[in-house]
Write a protein that binds this ligand. Sequence first.
Ligand SMILES: CC(C)(COP(=O)(O)OP(=O)(O)OC[C@H]1O[C@@H](n2cnc3c(N)ncnc32)[C@H](O)[C@@H]1OP(=O)(O)O)[C@@H](O)C(=O)NCCC(=O)NCCS
Length: 173
Amino acid sequence: MHVQRLRGQYASRLHGEPQPSRPPGEQPIHVSAGGPLTFDDCGESFRLALEIFPRYFPEFKFRGFCTSSCLMDSRLDGLLSPASIIVRMQRELYLYPGLQGDNQQIYHRVFGWGVTDINSVPWTTSLQRAVGQYLNSGGHFHGGYCFILKDDFCWGSQVYRRTISHIQKETRS
Ligand SMILES: CC(C)(COP(=O)(O)OP(=O)(O)OC[C@H]1O[C@@H](n2cnc3c(N)ncnc32)[C@H](O)[C@@H]1OP(=O)(O)O)[C@@H](O)C(=O)NCCC(=O)NCCS
């Protein structure tokens, strides 16, 4: 999420311009292209948004952050190193499956805008190699949705993973 961008989107409200429609209580996450994005910067962006929104938009009662993105496809967790920022971000959020079935967003985001044949471009990063090999072996990406509730925010604690493993442990015993 990029706080400057969020502020930009909402700045139109201050000028009485038409507002983007979105479900009440949800704040969109946007990751600007171009990185590098560190894990700590990402947490700091959430922390700043939690501070800024109540101050500048007190009438906006948001409950949490959400987005949908090819970067939130849970398959990436199995394909990339656990040290990857994408994987570490995913693990901080509650993920659920997306519905895109044609791999198009991942083609554009990972191999370049306009690329329709991934084998026609060089694979220079570990993400490109992992995704490319997966697609060439018949794999598909469907993208993903994610959210983190404001009250659950504790960057670095993998709050939802901890809750789920706790429930699984209780169910087993
Ligand atoms: C989010 C983002 C900044 C993360 O980049 P990062 O900090 O390098 O992430 P990771 O540590 O997980 O990267 C792991 C590897 O994948 C590569 N990688 C990351 N994003 C990549 C991309 N969009 N295309 C190609 N390779 C990418 C990295 O260079 C790294 O390669 P290496 O191991 O060979 O050095 C980056 O993916 C990006 O700019 N994405 C575009 C924006 C976007 O997709 N937004 C989603 C819409 S909400």
